[in-house]
Design a protein around this ligand. Structure first.
Ligand code: DGL
Length: 274
């Protein structure tokens, strides 16, 4: 039986993570699931994000995944711990669900010189305080300031990442963040949709501030995880295939996913969750 690595996101954002993982680990099979019909998650409550994420993880397990990456900060912030601690032992203690906040928090210590870091993310991720808590555990000397950007995901999901609307909202949020702490030298894009806004983000960020997106850190952290866990690595199938699932209409997914993945041959299948 195929045992692909599952990658889950509320919509398209996790594709920016999948793209980097595939570039680093092309030998494995991948199964991507976007819950596009119910995106965005960023403004939903803890309970709802947890319920939806658990449904997605169960679906990916049913389809043969032994390992699932939550390629979504909102789901990593609000659902990962409960799933790992409360649900996995009852579902199958041998399987694993990993998030993307911890790998990002790990790398940041080597990047910031001023030890002042800014996080831009969805309201859900910022409200959970997960970035600040994870960074404090690993690098207690770093001061973390968060800025919720409720409009950024809708801009991306609606192909407005190159529009004057994007200029307005990106300038506003970056300005707010840097006004709160002018010593910030590193901004983490704490939402997997945000790399699509990179041109605008760089336009409104001073050159002295570094902007970090997560994909490559998540990919190298996964590679390291698989080296340290051969019992998991050996259970993964290696056929270099990628399959895409969406809860919405597939043709819309295919055209958007092509932009996120830089691949025009994507052909998704529709599934239902819940
Ligand atoms: N891409 C998700 C993240 O990284 C959020 C998108 C959403 O709000 O659904 O947080």
């Amino acid at each position: 039986m195929m045992s692909p690595i599952g990658v889950f996101d509320s919509g398209y954002g996790g594709l920016t993570i999948l793209r980097q993982i595939k570039a680093m680990l092309p030998q494995y099979d991948y199964l991507y699931l976007g819950d596009n019909a119910r995106a965005p998650y960023g403004t939903r409550s803890f309970e709802v994000v947890y319920e939806f994420t658990l449904q997605a993880v169960r679906k990916l397990f049913d389809m043969g995944c032994q390992l699932v990456i939550l390629g979504c900060n909102t789901a990593s912030a609000k659902a990962l711990r409960s799933i790992q601690q409360n649900d996995l032992p009852g579902i199958d203690p041998e399987r694993r669900v990993l998030g993307i906040i911890r790998p990002t928090a790990e790398c940041i210590g080597d990047i910031t010189l001023s030890r002042h870091v800014g996080i831009v993310a969805t309201p859900g991720t910022i409200k959970s305080n997960t970035y600040a808590l994870e960074i404090a555990k690993l690098h207690p000397d770093i001061k973390v300031t968060g800025e919720a950007c409720p409009m950024w995901v809708p801009l991306v999901e609606n192909y407005e990442f190159d529009s004057p609307g994007a200029d307005y909202f990106v300038e506003k949020s970056i300005g707010n963040l840097l006004r709160h702490d002018s010593e910030i030298d590193t901004i983490i894009l704490g939402c997997t949709h945000y790399p699509l806004l990179m041109d605008k983000i760089l336009k409104y960020t001073p050159r002295t501030v570094r902007v970090v997106s997560q994909g490559e850190y998540v990919a190298s952290s996964l590679k390291d995880y698989l080296n340290r866990h051969p019992e998991m690595e050996q259970r993964l199938s290696q056929g270099s295939t990628t399959r895409f699932l969406t809860t919405e209409e597939p043709s819309t997914f295919n055209s958007s996913a092509s932009i996120f993945m830089g691949d025009s041959t994507i052909s998704a299948e529709r599934i239902t969750l819940g």
